[in-house]
Design a binder for this molecule. Structure first.
Ligand SMILES: Nc1ncnc2c1ncn2[C@@H]1O[C@H](COP(=O)(O)OP(=O)(O)OP(=O)(O)O)[C@@H](O)[C@H]1O
Ligand SMILES: [Mg+2]
Length: 367
């Protein structure tokens, strides 16, 4: 590493040390989940109490983090901070499970109506599949983790998305759903179902009745009525999370690969973050091919029949690929402005255990 890159990698370490929330975002398959886990682990090894919130991690990484499919509670990764330079750190992980988070939300907020809601067949069929539920629940979870005192740092992994701020629009979508005329009519207090005269609502109700039988209609109405009191709280927490995400407490880490397509998308996302008022803290370019030296050949090319010919061709191909990547990285560095850009090489193995995550942390300059 050159001196200049070392200094800049130190900036990433400082960013991780100072942030309370880190959000990794970027194009598909570039290593967002890997980077989120590696950053979180490095912070834990530096003495902080960290939770990584993952979405859909690769099965083997989930296993290494001890995230069982059956739970969405933070799970302490035993042994992760063993031999760490600083004591006092802890590394936990959780995988978002929209349905379970929904259940807990109902239990926490619906008081003595909670049991009825949870047992409601309509609730059971929509919890977890409601449009945007996953992103919405990410907001609820984030609110809970940031407001609580169990963790110093919450690292949030995001699904691949061209719209870096999708996750922030989820609450708006839910609020739009709650404002829908059919929903409104169904939850009007004190009105019996039969007397709802709005044509759209009546048509909707009859369709449901015909398809599913009368009891499902009552269940639906009952469900919508029971959650209507929770709406204000939902809106309020979404607004609070939006504020935290735009504050100095939060840093976004944009992860990319050096491929032209990914670089274009990342440059676009850097712009979208800035436009949305979010702080881009660092850019990680992952999966970079090392730049190998040019072949010093004193004589002419080896003839095609020579056993060396394939080697030479391969060497040249790798070198031109690495050179093309350098150009791409430069373009992204320019788009990132002042923000530190750290490169991580393509390793010859997957990153599916604590040892490999620690290795990525070291490559990120995080000790
Ligand atoms: N530097 C690296 N060298 C080699 N393999 C890597 C490196 N970084 C990540 N990987 C591997 O690449 C694969 C994709 O990584 P990861 O799941 O973190 O990407 P992602 O951006 O989260 O993907 P998605 O967009 O699907 O969520 C994984 O198998 C991971 O182990
Ligand atoms: Mg991922």
């Amino acid at each position: 590493m050159t001196v200049a890159t070392e200094v800049r990698a130190g900036e990433l370490a400082a960013l991780i040390a100072g942030a309370e929330v880190i959000v990794t975002c970027g194009p598909g398959g570039v290593g967002k989940t890997t980077t989120a886990a590696a950053l979180g682990l490095a912070a834990a090894r530096a003495g902080r109490r960290v939770v990584v919130v993952t979405i859909d991690p690769a099965r083997r990484l989930a296993d290494a983090l001890g995230i069982e499919e059956s739970t969405d509670e933070p799970h302490r990764v035993v042994g992760a901070t063993k031999g760490a330079p600083r004591r006092g750190g802890a590394f936990s992980a959780l995988m978002l499970d929209a349905e379970r988070t929904f259940d807990r939300l109902v239990i926490d907020r619906a008081g003595d109506r909670a049991d009825a809601i949870l047992a409601n067949p309509v609730y059971r069929s929509i919890a977890g599949s409601l449009g945007g539920a996953q992103e919405y629940m990410a907001i609820e979870r984030l609110h809970e983790l940031v407001a609580g005192s169990e963790f110093d740092l919450v690292v949030v992994d995001t699904p691949p998305s061209r719209h870096a701020i999708d996750v922030l629009e989820a609450p708006d979508r839910l609020v739009r759903f709650l404002s829908h005329p059919v929903y409104r009519a169904l939850t009007l207090p004190g009105r019996s179902f039969a007397r709802v005269t709005n044509a759209a609502t009546t048509a909707f109700v009859w369709t449901v009745k015909r398809l599913a039988g009368p009891s499902i209609v009552e269940d639906t109405v009952e469900f919508f009525r029971s959650i209507s009191g929770m709406e204000a709280g939902l809106r309020q927490r979404a607004a609070e999370v939006a504020t935290v995400l735009r504050s100095e407490r939060t840093a976004f880490v944009l992860v990319s690969s050096p491929r032209a397509e990914a670089i274009d998308e990342s440059a676009f996302m850097a712009g979208a973050l800035a436009a949305g008022g979010f702080r881009l803290g660092a850019v990680v370019v992952n999966l970079v091919h090392p730049l190998i030296d040019e072949l010093a050949m004193s004589t002419d090319e080896p003839p095609d029949s020579s056993p060396l010919a394939d080697q030479v061709a391969y060497h040249r191909e790798l070198r031109s690929l690495a050179l093309a990547e350098r150009d791409e990285i430069e373009a992204l560095t320019a788009a990132a402005g002042d923000v530190v850009v750290v490169e991580v090489p393509l390793l010859d193995h997957d990153v599916h255990d604590i040892a490999a995550l620690t290795e990525i942390g070291t490559l990120l300059g995080l000790g």
